[in-house]
Design a protein around this ligand. Structure first.
Ligand code: SF4
Length: 361
């Protein structure tokens, strides 16, 4: 895994004395720091590679807890997201953030952690009958910068204090050292997005290797954290069928079914604008040689039959290696669910209830 070393740090004056800001500055004593009045001056479409070297520490404004993008005809699991930062120093060729954040691509951290947590807590208190699953990995990798921010030291104890929250920290890193020894009460799930090492080498630059991810997963499982697995995005690249057989075997050699909270399965999907970005930034990528088409939700995906083949293959592997662990398709239509699972969760909450059963108090 490639460490993050910014070339410049910009600090919104309103957060200069907050603990996260101080920790980051102390971590990089030799990097020039500039205090700014208006963080919006960095909201410009810089080239992505240089933007990922600029670090902005600012304040999150607005409502932090949002529903994830499962909408329309998707079978939705009622997942919620919250962001403590945006963008990621890893370089997955397919990363949708390259397009989403093209007008605001600087690496950004939100230092008003206490305000964000207070806002989450209000939401939990207002809905005592609902079990929330909230993840921090939508607009950034949840753990890739944790060695620098030590944010998990705030998040994990916060989740441990809540009765109706499962917090998910999703990563392609091996940064778990700060998690060990925290009082988690099994309320924080640590999850990994997984692909075969060959696909990591070719399409997930700068991320942790498969071995590093599995070693980290073993560490947190041994520390009692529930682990989740995301076979997502499945990539229909050369020898994909054999590659995923080997991948599931490798994971099963390291983790027992009883240590896994849930498993999601999803396939490559991206905005139409990302195709151009991939061609420009990653000309050697093989991704765009696949049978990819625009679909009704406005994203580009593999042809439906290919997606169903990928899902059925990996679902069978997962069902046999991790019997009894809930698994589900991420951002897929009822039609594809019906083909792969033979039953479609009836209501928006049914899948959520199924997934939350592991954590029933
Ligand atoms: S790890 Fe996730 S957020 Fe980071 S570059 Fe890869 S896909 Fe994007």
């Amino acid at each position: 895994m490639c460490p993050f070393i910014p070339s410049a740090i910009f600090i919104d004056k309103t957060v200069r004395d907050l603990p996260l800001t101080r920790r980051v500055i102390n971590h990089f004593p030799a990097i020039p720091v500039t205090e700014i009045e208006n963080p919006d001056i960095l909201k410009e479409p810089f080239p992505a590679t240089s933007a990922k070297k600029q670090l902005l520490i600012t304040r999150f404004k607005g409502e932090p807890v949002k529903p994830c993008q499962g909408m329309g005809d998707y079978v939705c699991c009622n997942y919620m997201t919250v962001s403590f930062g945006t963008n990621c120093h890893f370089e997955c060729t397919y990363c949708i953030l390259q397009d989403y954040l093209k007008n605001n691509p600087a690496m950004t951290l939100y230092a008003n952690v206490d305000e964000i947590l207070a806002s989450i807590e209000r939401r939990l208190v207002q809905n005592p009958g609902r079990q929330f699953r909230i993840g921090t990995g939508e607009l950034a990798d949840s753990l890739a910068l944790d060695d620098i921010t030590r944010l998990t030291g705030d998040l994990v104890p916060f989740a441990a204090r809540q009765d109706n929250l499962i917090l998910e920290l999703k990563t392609k890193s091996g940064c778990v050292d700060n998690l060990i020894g925290l009082n988690h009460r099994k309320k924080t799930v640590i999850s990994w997005s997984l692909n075969p090492q060959k696909f990591i080498d070719d399409e997930e630059y700068k991320t942790a290797s498969l071995d590093e991810r599995l070693t980290a997963a073993r560490k947190v499982a041994s520390a009692g954290y529930p682990v989740a697995l995301h076979f997502d995005p499945l990539l229909a690249l050369k020898n994909w069928s054999d590659e995923y057989v080997r991948l599931v075997q490798q994971v099963r050699e390291v983790l027992r079914p009883t240590e896994i909270a849930w498993i999601s399965i999803g396939s490559l999907r991206f905005t139409p604008g990302l195709g151009k970005i991939i061609r420009e930034r990653f000309p050697k990528s093989r991704l765009l040689t696949g049978e990819l088409f625009p679909t009704e939700d406005g994203k580009v995906r593999y042809f439906r039959e290919i997606r169903e083949e990928l899902y059925s293959h990996v679902k069978n592997l997962v069902d046999s290696a991790f019997a009894g662990v809930p698994n589900y398709l991420c951002m897929e239509t009822k039609r594809v669910w019906g083909e792969v699972y033979k039953n479609i969760p009836e209501t928006k909450g049914a899948l959520e209830a199924h997934l939350a059963q592991q954590f029933a108090c």
